[in-house]
Design a protein around this ligand. Structure first.
Ligand SMILES: O=c1nc[nH]c2c1ncn2[C@H]1C[C@H](O)[C@@H](COP(=O)(O)OP(=O)(O)OP(=O)(O)O)O1
Ligand SMILES: [Mg+2]
Length: 203
């Protein structure tokens, strides 16, 4: 079976990649399967830079093709925060619940029209001996007043998706995987996916 390695320790992301790739008969492995590998420090100043750091660090260790995902929530009324700091927005250790509470409290009193936001996902594909490249995807929405729904992960419960009329956490996994920033970034790899997977098999 074909296989891709995703440089993530986030179980929510891992599940989404597994589902999306399973539909093409591709198995996914993540850093959750390689607990001995080092934590990659996210020292970049953009999602793209951090995605490249994750992909290249792990690709060098394993000498295989690796995809890195750096993603987060961009809130207009907060000047783009939490942005690349989304995972640790409320401090270490990272905690989705506390991050949500921090965003909601910072948006306290901000009216609905001004609560626009988007999820952003940068993916980096690192292949040994080749130039790493990146793609990105977004998903537009609005920050709710309080959490709704229990599916998904991260900021999903406070992210309202206007075209669906529900929060991201009220969508099924399959529905989220049609419209998410991650899915939209992966769609841009679509045309190259077969050749990427072949190179991955050989690497
Ligand atoms: O679909 C999503 N639905 C809700 N929230 C999301 C999503 N996608 C990213 N997010 C949030 C979670 C985390 O607060 C941050 C990602 O941070 P990011 O560094 O990319 O991931 P991470 O540290 O959780 O795992 P890892 O670096 O091992 O891939 O943005
Ligand atoms: Mg991270």
């Amino acid at each position: 079976m074909k296989e891709v390695i995703i440089a993530t320790k986030n179980p929510g992301k891992a599940k989404e990649f597994e589902k999306i790739f399973a539909s093409r008969g591709v198995a996914v492995r993540t850093l959750l399967d390689f607990p001995e590998l080092p934590e990659v420090e996210e020292t970049g100043s953009t999602f793209e830079e951090n995605a490249v750091l994750k992909a290249e660090t792990i690709s060098k260790v394993l000498n295989k093709m690796v995809i890195g995902d750096d993603s987060g929530l961009i809130v207009d009324a907060l000047g783009g925060k939490p942005g690349i700091y989304s995972a640790r927005y409320a401090g270490e250790p990272k905690n989705d619940q506390k991050n949500i509470e921090k965003v909601l409290s910072e948006l306290n009193g901000v009216e609905e029209e001004s609560r626009t936001a988007r999820f952003y996902c940068a993916l980096a594909v690192a292949i040994p001996g080749q130039e790493t490249y990146t793609v990105s995807g977004t998903c537009e929405g609005r920050i709710l007043e309080k959490p709704r729904g229990t599916n998904g992960f991260g900021y999903d419960p406070i992210f309202y998706v206007p075209e669906k009329g529900v929060s991201m956490a009220e969508l099924s996994a399959n529905e989220k995987n049609q419209i998410s920033h991650r899915a939209n970034a992966l769609k841009k790899l679509e045309s190259e996916l077969d050749s990427i997977l072949e190179r991955a098999e050989r690497s």
